[in-house]
Design a protein around this ligand. Sequence first.
Ligand SMILES: Nc1ncnc2c1ncn2[C@@H]1O[C@H](COP(=O)(O)OP(=O)(O)OP(=O)(O)O)[C@@H](O)[C@H]1O
Length: 261
Amino acid sequence: MAQSERMIDIAGVHKTFVADHGTVTALEPVTITIKEGEFISIVGPSGCGKSTLLRLISGLDQATGGTITLDTAGRKRPVGFVFQEPVLLPWKTILENVRFPLDTAGVSRAEADKIALDLIKMVGLEGFEKALPRQLSGGMRQRAAIARSLSDDPPILLMDEPFSAVDLLTRDTLNDELLRIWQSTGKTILLVTHSVDEAAYLADRVMVMTARPGKLKCVHKVDLARPRGEDTKLDPAYHALVAQLRRDLRDPHSATSGEAH
Ligand SMILES: Nc1ncnc2c1ncn2[C@@H]1O[C@H](COP(=O)(O)OP(=O)(O)OP(=O)(O)O)[C@@H](O)[C@H]1O
């Protein structure tokens, strides 16, 4: 089947919150189209509306204006969400946690076990099926959360700073594993991160947001060969992009070579 050119179509989407102290513009109108199978990183200063944008795409929140169209016809759950802190049920084993969305969707026990065991293997947690979340490290819990978010096979995966709570070495490993998972599943991924290195290393395109009220400043296409790996980190083009992203974030008015929006 042909890949959708407009898997996620965001047109003039903005969000204002009404709080006790008045209204807060969390996001000024954002327009962007994301293709099926694309890996998009989103960077921007704290409070610029990155999480808000993910929540709007997921349907957890409603936009104040504009439209978000997902080309996921017929999919019961079009979007999986991975949060900064892995959200796992502490009294359930890793297998039960990963299987949980399938259990609630009424999938048979045998089928759910098969899917969950395959995913546990894919995220490198084989042997920990019967462990409880508290018996795993932070990085391992996040792997389990990723497996769970994939268990009912959503075509879109939204990830909100998924690796910010783990040490740098683990983060590098998880980045490589995420790329492997992305390549083998063909998911469309949007990942919010505070790390410009991570953003450039992972993505096909990087969305740069400006400080409050959040706006999409520019989008950089990442022309680095795949599969990515240690060689990528030695590539001058990678370093040039990381430096450009840093400039973009430091100076909201800096000139940029990315596509303007
Ligand atoms: N439920 C809410 N009610 C009121 N204001 C909110 C709510 N959620 C977010 N905001 C405000 O909207 C703005 C954007 O918040 P958001 O969490 O999307 O930013 P962010 O870029 O993800 O930040 P960070 O990088 O610190 O996680 C902030 O000013 C925040 O205070």
